[in-house]
Design a protein around this ligand. Structure first.
Ligand code: SAM
Length: 206
C-alpha cells in the first residue's frame, strides 16, 4: 500500500466512524498500562505511542502523571479527536501527524508503545524503515512494547491485510540489540463482542 493510500484509508476511517464503531476501541487500555507499569519509568520519562490514533492510552497516562507523552499517527483527524477529548489535561502532550516509516525522530524516548500499528506493515521495506526509526528513537536501556494480532488472531484489521506475530518473530525483526522482557497474550473484545487474539511483547534496548 502506498503512503498516500494508507493515509487516505485512515483519515476516512476516523472521519466516518465513531470511537466505538472501530474494532480496536478500548475504554481502558489495561494490557498496555500493565506493561508500561512494568517498565518502571521515572516521572519525567518520555513515551511515544506509535499509531496511537484516538486511543485512550494518552488519557490514562496523563491521569496517572506517567511521563511526557508523544502520540504519533498518520491521521490528523484521529489525533484531533484525542486532543479535543483531553482538553486542558492534554496541554503537555505532543501530537505528531506522520507515517512512522518516513518520520524523522527529533528526540529519543524511554518507551516506545505500539498497539496494532506495526502489524499493518506487510512489506519488508516498511518494516525495515519502522525498525530503523525505532532504533533512532529508543535510547539504550529504553523499552519497546509492540502489540499485534497473535499467530491465531485475525488476518485483517480495519479491512486491511496484516501480519500476525509472536515474540520470537518480533525479536528476530528487532535484532540482537533488544532483549525480550515479557511476552503475553490478550483477548481483545471489540465493541460488538467479537474476540481478537493479540500478543504483546516487551523488549529492552541494550
Ligand atoms: C488499529 S488502529 C490502533 C489505534 C491505537 N493504537 C489503539 O490502540 O487504539 C491503527 C492505527 O495506526 C495508525 N497507522 C497505521 N499505519 C501507520 C503508519 N505507517 N504510521 C503511523 N500511523 C499508522 C492508524 O492511523 C491507526 O490510528
Amino acid at each position: 500500500m502506498s503512503d498516500v493510500s494508507r493515509k487516505t484509508h485512515w483519515e476516512r476511517v476516523y472521519t466516518t466512524k465513531g470511537e466505538r464503531e472501530v474494532s480496536w476501541f478500548q475504554e481502558n487500555p489495561v494490557p498496555s498500562l500493565e506493561l508500561i507499569g512494568l517498565a518502571g519509568l521515572s516521572i519525567d520519562a518520555s513515551i511515544i505511542d506509535i499509531g496511537g490514533g484516538a486511543s485512550r492510552l494518552v488519557d490514562a497516562l496523563t491521569k496517572r502523571k506517567i511521563g511526557k507523552i508523544t502520540v504519533l499517527d498518520l491521521s490528523a483527524v484521529a489525533l484531533d479527536a484525542a486532543r479535543e477529548r483531553l482538553g486542558d489535561k492534554g496541554t503537555d502532550v505532543k501530537w505528531v501527524v506522520a507515517d512512522v516509516t518516513t518520520w524523522e525522530p527529533s528526540q529519543t524516548y524511554d518507551l516506545w508503545h505500539d498497539r496494532a500499528a506495526f502489524h499493518f506493515l506487510t512489506d519488508a521495506s516498511g518494516r525495515s524503515a519502522y525498525v530503523g526509526n525505532l532504533k533512532k528513537a529508543v535510547r539504550p536501556g529504553g523499552h519497546v512494547i509492540i502489540g499485534t494480532f497473535a499467530l491465531d488472531g485475525p488476518e485483517r484489521c480495519s479491512g486491511l491485510p496484516i501480519v500476525r506475530y509472536d515474540a520470537g518473530v518480533l525479536g528476530a525483526i528487532l535484532g540482537i540489540e533488544f532483549d525480550l522482557m515479557d511476552s503475553r497474550r490478550h483477548d481483545h473484545t471489540t465493541p460488538w463482542g467479537a474476540v481478537q487474539r493479540f500478543q504483546f511483547s516487551t523488549f529492552r534496548r541494550l
